[in-house]
Write a protein that binds this ligand. Structure first.
Ligand SMILES: Nc1ccn([C@@H]2O[C@H](COP(=O)(O)OP(=O)(O)OP(=O)(O)O)[C@@H](O)[C@H]2O)c(=O)n1
Ligand SMILES: C[C@](O)(CO)[C@H](O)COP(=O)(O)O
Length: 373
């Protein structure tokens, strides 16, 4: 038995990445980077367990990709994400890597495992071959090391080391601070960390596939007295509003479901439960903005939206352009890629009796092409 758990940290915000998509979600052909990196590391040894630290907004979505790993909610910092994952570690040793190091070679994993009994923390490092200046003084480059991941630690020691208010940027610094033993081994240039967007050019990663993804959405709401009516984020001059937990913008809700359908992320209720007081009376524009951010974060771009409003009343035609402009701004796409159709129900059924409105939508997405930023 190896007695080692592998943790892959994928819960960051990619705030320095400068792309629309988070680095852990860029597609390598059809596979998100986090899955490709985790599978690759997993294939290098017989780890007892594999844990993926996920951003809280993406944890449920990640679970759609595989049943092979344990997904754990990350924290505000790298260290907090590690602490959350350590709750699920029962092995003597734990190997922790950054998703941001996408091309770690197998030899590094083997060398770490070979050394596992020789210190509290085994760390791959690169020596510095350039002249190094600290402020204005040239310092001895032989005393400078570039610290990489994965690092292999004794689980118990790491838990003790991280149980502090001090934020460390890696495990070895935390273990060193409690006088633990550290063994440095040779790292690899291939383990380079992806931090800034333009560093993608330096990595041998395949382009995303050209696939398109389609999703449908449907929603229906009854009219209600003493409420304002919103459709597509536009206030319509009508005598009723919509009965709903939120502001009842049935058009936005239907578009949200179409977007979520296209990227395989469930439905609106999974993101904004109608049992949650936080969403009572909420402006649906905020919900759409949240979903659009999610869509971009997890690696997609919106191609177009087509939608049909089924309403006996009110008349939609005079407001179509205003609705399209509003939706275009909310989705950060050009107005020409949004189509709004309206039809009556020919006076049949509850819509025909003007008791409410239904909307059907379809959304098309494609992968964000990080190669053509
Ligand atoms: N709260 C956090 C912050 C970071 N990480 C992970 O820690 C690793 C190193 O972080 P970094 O490369 O800095 O990634 P980000 O934090 O996403 O980037 P940035 O600092 O630019 O926002 C990454 O694999 C990242 O996903 C994490 O799991 N949880
Ligand atoms: C852990 C690490 O990869 C070691 O070099 C690095 O410290 C993490 O990156 P960050 O930029 O500090 O989040």
């Amino acid at each position: 038995m190896l007695d080692v758990t592998l943790i892959v940290l994928c819960a960051g915000n990619s705030s320095r990445f400068e792309h629309k998509t988070k680095k852990q979600w860029i597609r390598i052909e059809n596979i998100p980077l986090w899955l490709s990196v985790t599978k690759r590391l997993a294939s290098f040894s017989q780890f007892d367990k594999i844990i993926v630290a996920s951003h809280e907004d993406e944890l449920n979505y990640m679970k759609n990709f595989t049943d092979d790993f344990t997904f754990v909610k990350g924290g505000q910092t790298r260290q907090k994400s590690i602490l959350n994952c350590l709750e699920f570690v029962t092995t003597k040793y734990v190997m922790i890597s950054d998703v941001a190091r996408a091309c770690i070679p197998q030899s590094v994993i083997k060398n770490l495992l070979d050394e596992k009994e020789n210190a509290d923390c085994i760390v791959p490092v690169l020596n510095v071959t350039d002249t190094v200046i600290y402020e204005t003084t040239t310092i001895n480059r032989d005393e400078v090391k570039l610290i990489q991941t994965p690092q292999l630690s004794l689980t118990k020691t790491l838990k003790n080391a991280l149980n502090t208010q001090i934020e460390f940027t890696d495990e070895s610094s935390a273990i060193k601070a409690i006088n633990g033993t550290i063994k440095y081994i040779q790292g690899s240039i291939e383990s380079k960390k992806l931090t800034l967007g333009n560093e993608l050019d330096e990595l041998p990663l395949k382009s995303p596939s050209n696939n398109f993804f389609t999703g449908t959405g449907f929603d229906i709401h009854a009219f209600e007295d003493n409420k304002e009516m919103f459709l597509g984020g536009v206030k319509l001059p009508y005598e009723y509003g919509f009965k709903a937990h939120s502001d009842g913008d049935v058009l936005i809700h239907s578009i949200i479901d179409a977007l979520l359908g296209a990227c395989g992320a469930g439905d609106i209720g999974e993101f904004f439960p109608d049992t949650d007081e936080k969403y009572k009376g909420i402006d649906s524009k905020l919900l759409l903005e949240h979903i659009v951010r999610f869509i971009y974060n997890v690696g997609y771009e919106i191609v177009n939206i087509d939608t049909t409003i089924i309403a006996q009343k009110p008349k939609i035609n005079p407001f179509k352009h205003e609705i399209k402009s509003s939706l275009a701004a909310l989705m950060n796409i050009e107005k020409q890629f949004i189509n709004v159709k309206a039809t009556t129900a020919e006076k049949m059924g509850f819509i025909g009796r003007a008791e409410g409105v239904a909307v059907q939508s379809i959304a098309t997405l494609k992968y964000y092409n990080w190669k053509q930023k």
